[in-house]
Design a binder for this molecule. Structure first.
Ligand SMILES: [Ca+2]
Length: 391
């Protein structure tokens, strides 16, 4: 890769065309224009998984960036581009993208209409930012966790795809419960009953497992105080501003119609919990501090979610970041009703986004709480990580 600052008369053809398009769009900026900077993957080089073009109009205290992602890998149905700034660059406005920024670290995610990038295809988005000092070009672009503008390893070297070993290096954490030695969860897990304690129970199970020979079995009973949760000793805040969670879950019964909780996380920003479970037979998120759900618990919202398939292992994966962005996959499929992307969508995240929320998740628990209905559930292969894990 390289960065270059070209004098205006010597632009290559394509950047010049881009330049004039940008000039037309930002005529007021033109008067202050000092530098147009083009960043792109090194041409005529080894195959890359993805390339990022980063085209700037910079007026010393601010800039507009047009970012173009080219996907050279298998087709994507959703994407997340991350990078870090060198200084105090602060994004103030963006388009064709959902951006969250935590200090120098930026995460840009697709919006509803540009999540698909076929192999060899490109997607562009833009943003405006302010800064002081030096505006260096980011060098650590990564698309869905894979570095861009870098040659892929030769076939003889290991694949860069995410493996449990790679994911589980600190601060990430993985547990398949194979090292549980007692009949009840112990070590890095403990049972908790929140406000009251009834007859719900959890056990280390040696009869069913997603991988290996052990999992955690939860006996979920009706009645709020019969809830049971198994809590990790890990504080999710150690992962950083973005928390990804992946677990495998098998429920004997479909989720009952009353509100049910399968995952509970303490949200230190509100003093309440962020809960994942179901209502009216569909999966949904519940923020207890203001008692709001994602999607709205009405047919027009729940139709964008899905039931939890019963009697089979399901891969549940989600991310929550400090910008309040929530995204959820079930068995590898992004569920639109379980996504808060910063752009209010009626019946999905409009109410959820109606008040500022900067979640700071600490404790993580899985288990069962339901006002009515019951099930026996198995949980296995839990992963917490700062980047996407996959199933
Ligand atoms: Ca296991």
């Amino acid at each position: 890769m390289y960065t270059a600052q070209f004098p205006l008369p010597t632009y290559p053809t394509q950047p010049r065309r881009r330049f004039f398009m940008l000039i037309a769009a930002f005529t007021t900026v033109t008067l202050l224009l000092t530098t147009l900077t083009v960043f792109r993957g090194t041409p005529a080089r080894a195959q890359t998984a993805c390339d990022v073009d980063y085209v700037l109009i910079d007026w010393r205290t601010g800039f507009v960036a047009t970012v173009t992602i080219t996907n050279n890998a298998p087709p994507l149905t959703s994407w997340e581009l991350t990078w870090s700034f060198n200084g105090d660059q602060t994004i103030v406005h963006s388009w064709n993208v959902a951006i969250t920024q935590d200090g120098p670290n930026v995460t840009a995610r697709n919006v509803t209409y540009n999540g698909d990038i076929s192999t060899g295809e490109s997607v562009s988005f833009g943003f405006q930012a302010s800064y002081s000092g030096v505006n260096e070009i980011p060098t650590d672009f990564a698309l869905n966790g894979t570095p861009c503008n870098e040659p892929l390893p030769s076939p003889s070297t290991p694949s860069p795809s995410v493996t449990p070993t790679a994911v589980c290096t600190a601060p990430a954490y993985c547990d398949s419960f194979e090292d549980q030695t007692s009949s009840i969860p112990s070590g890095r897990w403990f049972m908790t009953y929140l406000d009251c304690q009834g007859t719900g129970r959890a056990f280390v199970d040696t009869t069913r497992a997603h991988t290996g020979s052990q999992s955690i079995r939860v006996h979920g009973l009706p009645g709020r105080c019969n809830h049971i949760f198994v809590q990790s000793t890990l504080d999710l805040r150690t992962l950083g501003p973005t928390v990804y969670v992946r677990l495998w879950l098998l429920s004997t019964n479909p989720l009952p119609s009353p509100r049910t909780t399968l995952i509970s996380m303490t949200d230190t920003s509100t003093g309440g919990e962020l809960r994942f479970g179901g209502q009216y037979g569909a999966l949904l998120w519940h923020r207890t501090a203001d008692d709001v759900t994602l999607p709205a618990p009405i047919p027009g919202g729940l139709s964008y979610s899905m039931p939890l398939p019963a009697g089979t292992w399901n891969c549940v994966e989600y991310l929550v970041d400090r910008g309040g962005f929530v995204r959820t996959w079930v068995n590898g499929t992004l569920i639109p009703g379980l996504e808060a992307d910063g752009v209010p969508t009626p019946n999905i995240d409009a109410t959820w986004l109606s008040r500022p929320w900067t979640p700071s998740l600490s404790a993580f628990r899985f288990g069962w709480e339901a006002e009515a209905g019951d099930s026996v559930l198995w949980f296995d292969d839990v992963v917490f990580a700062p980047t996407r894990i996959g199933c």
